[in-house]
Structures are given as C-alpha cells and as structure tokens.
Design a protein around this ligand. Sequence first.
Ligand SMILES: [Zn+2]
Length: 217
Amino acid sequence: MIFADIESKINTKNGNEVLLLKREPVNGEYNKTILVIGVFHGDEPDGEYLLNRYLSQKSETKNRLLFIPCLNPDGKTAKTRTNANGVDLNRNFPAKNWEKNDRDEYFGGEQPASEVETQFLVYIVERYKPDLIITLHEPYSVVNYDGPAKTEAEEISRITGYKVEESIGYPTPGSFGSYCGIERKIPTITLELPENSDKEILWDTCKGIFTYIAERY
Ligand SMILES: [Zn+2]
C-alpha cells in the first residue's frame, strides 16, 4: 500500500509505467517542492525500495514532495543500466554538454532527450519547478551534488554518514545534474547508496532524509 497521489504517469517502450507520486500538506499550502527519483539506472534498485518504504506509511509534510520511485522500469526488468533502447538516461538530457558517444552502457542516445523517460523528467522539472532534487543511485556511498546544493549535500551527509564529493571524478555529458544543477541552478543531489546493502541497515541509514525533506527543508 502506497500513501500518495498518482500525479502523472507515462508508459515506457516495453509498456511499463513510470509513476509521478505526490504528497502535500493537508491544508494544501507549502513553500518548497522536492523531487526524489529512484532507479535512474535499471541495475540500481535500492532507491525504489527506500521510496516505497517511506510511502508505505502515512506521515505529514510541510513541503510538496514528488516521487518517481522507478524512472527506468524497463532497465530494472532487464537488470541493465540502460533503458530498453540501450540509452543511459543520465547521459540523455538536453544539457549544453550533451554529445553523441559510443553505443556502450553510457550511450547518451541518438539525440538529446530522445527517450520518453528523459522527456517525462524534463516536463516535470519545468512544470513543478522543484527547489531541491535528489536522485538515488548506487554503489559508491557518497553524496555528489551539482548546482547550489552544498548545504543540502552536507545535511544529507550528516544524516547518512556518506561523504560529500562535489564531482564524481569523470565527465558526465548530458547528465541530469548538468541539466538541472549546473545549467538551471536547481540544487541537485546525486545520492550514491551502497550496493547490495542489508535493507534494514539501508533504511535506518537513510530514513532521516525523508524527515529532512518533509519537515525541515
Ligand atoms: Zn546510477
């Protein structure tokens, strides 16, 4: 059971649904909008676990919270990083640094924003104008960030114990962080969870993030 409204959804190439879920304050008044996204990469499933676990309990929020528990269900089913077209969604954003690259697991697509999953996120960012975005990846146990997100990254590092790293150390053309954080100046956190973690330990490590975005941010 998920306690959230289905705000919007799309169908992927293989006919799976990508859901945008929403929680708002009871009185409908909020100052901030926070967007959290899981399973950008199909072989990184734990973000969806965390979001579904949070959403399985009712709790109040003073902010508007938007969740995409699984952006890449086709990749999740196939256990691949890429989507059903073999595109790395985190290289497919229409950022200025997008470039055509080799057809490997980092393939950025034939065109920027060629993929429906990418188009859905571009639409959501324009429509809902989030004040903070958190994407959930694996396996490095670090808090990366793009754009003006140093304070938020440090807070999430304090909550989880994962270190802050400003840059992941290699170029990421067409990444969501380039598109939202660097070009649009939206604080954008790339939270790298550990790989194959014990689910109870993972939840205990990360659950404070939800209190942060719902009550304190
Ligand atoms: Zn990833």
